[in-house]
Design a binder for this molecule. Structure first.
Ligand code: ADP
Ligand code: MG
Length: 339
């Protein structure tokens, strides 16, 4: 038997579009066990809150009635218990344990697949509980209809109550989950950092929470406050970096040179012919727009030019953009190439 985690409550479960139905059904089941949704089956990918909601039902029922007989197991535990009962000749005890309950919660029923005898036993367990209006809660990693090697009659029982799907949370929900987690942990985290983590980690809630903790540890180890820069570095270490390498002045020069069919050395040089000067100005303009470099820094990377030269180039491009259609198109294309 697996103990319940008292931290899995409805109160600390953040609701969003992706889990609203699951939350409402679970809450309803906890309020009126065996009446509203029986069985309640929640399905969806890993780390999206199925176990949390399932245990929230148990915790809520126990809060209301500390004597409620509730059993929470994973489907593997059910299989093991059943196999052991056969081995020890203690099937009667097994049945007592699994049928004299107010609620039975079985997590991750996909592991019943291909275990035919266990499926038959669970079918009987299910019926015994259901006949007595005892609450059954199940989770699965996908719609039970899609789980291979699950007997038809078991599937038909599972979908008696309407199965509810839980999907990946959207950005706003991810930010809300991070805010709530930070608060729980008494962490002071700037909103920009939470937004950065939410934007990069869009897989599931478990990874989202893990990322927040990693960012904190990383900042601590480096004796730094939690800034977006530190967070980005920490996430990079976790493999959550965006794969596009950071844009550098050098890369911009190369792209622009290639685009206009000239050499990068021309851009760095001092030639005054128009077919060189315009690309050079464009490269300076884009370096200012697409990187964080200062004007003096840009100047030095363009063959040691003065920052006033860079400023002049930027002003010239800005002025021409107002009338020059081709320049607008060229810049648009260049930006796209460098995204
Ligand atoms: P699953 O069982 O679907 O794989 P879990 O229930 O184990 O996922 O959730 C993974 C982690 O994410 C847990 O720590 C859980 O508390 C947390 N979590 C998931 N969804 C939410 C949510 N909506 N609000 C707060 N925490 C959540
Ligand atoms: Mg789970």
């Amino acid at each position: 038997e697996t103990p319940l985690n008292p931290e899995y409550t409805f109160a600390n479960f953040i609701q969003g579009r992706s889990n609203q139905m699951a939350y409402a059904s679970a809450f309803g089941a906890s309020e009126q066990p065996g009446v509203l949704y029986n069985p309640l089956l929640i399905y969806g990918g890993v780390g999206l809150g199925k176990t949390h909601l399932m245990q929230a039902i148990a915790n809520k029922m126990l809060e209301r009635n500390p004597n409620a007989r509730i059993k929470y197991v994973t489907s593997e535990t059910f299989v093991n218990d059943y196999v052991n009962s056969i081995r020890r000749g203690s099937q009667e005890q097994f049945r007592n344990e699994y049928r004299n309950l107010d609620a039975l919660l079985v997590d991750d029923i996909q592991f019943f697949a291909s275990k035919d005898e266990t499926q038959l036993e669970f079918f009987n367990t299910f019926n015994a509980l259901h006949d007595n209006n005892k609450q059954i809660v199940l989770t699965a990693d996908q719609n039970p209809k899609q789980i291979p090697n699950l007997t038809e009659r078991l599937v038909s029982r599972f979908v008696w109550g309407v199965p509810v799907e839980i999907t990946s949370p959207g950005t706003e929900t991810r930010i809300a989950i991070l805010q709530s987690k930070a608060e729980e942990e008494h962490m002071e985290v700037p909103n920009e950092v939470l937004e950065l983590i939410a934007s990069k980690v869009n897989t599931n809630v478990r990874e989202l929470e893990g990322a927040l903790m990693r960012v904190r540890v990383f900042a601590d180890l480096n004796h730094q406050p939690m800034t977006p820069q530190i967070a980005a570095e920490a996430l990079q270490g976790m493999g959550f970096a965006d794969n596009t390498p950071a844009l550098t002045i050098d890369l911009i020069q190369k792209e622009v040179a290639q685009f206009f069919n000239i050499n990068q050395s021309d851009i760095l040089g001092k030639k005054r012919s128009k077919n060189i000067v315009v690309p050079r100005q464009i490269a300076m303009f884009l370096s200012r727009e697409l990187t964080d470099n200062s004007l003096p820094k840009i100047g030095s990377e363009f063959g040691g030019k003065d920052h006033t030269t860079v400023m002049h180039a930027i002003e010239k491009i800005e002025a021409n953009l107002k009338t020059d259609e081709k320049l607008n198109r060229d810049l648009q294309q260049l930006r796209q190439r460098m995204q």
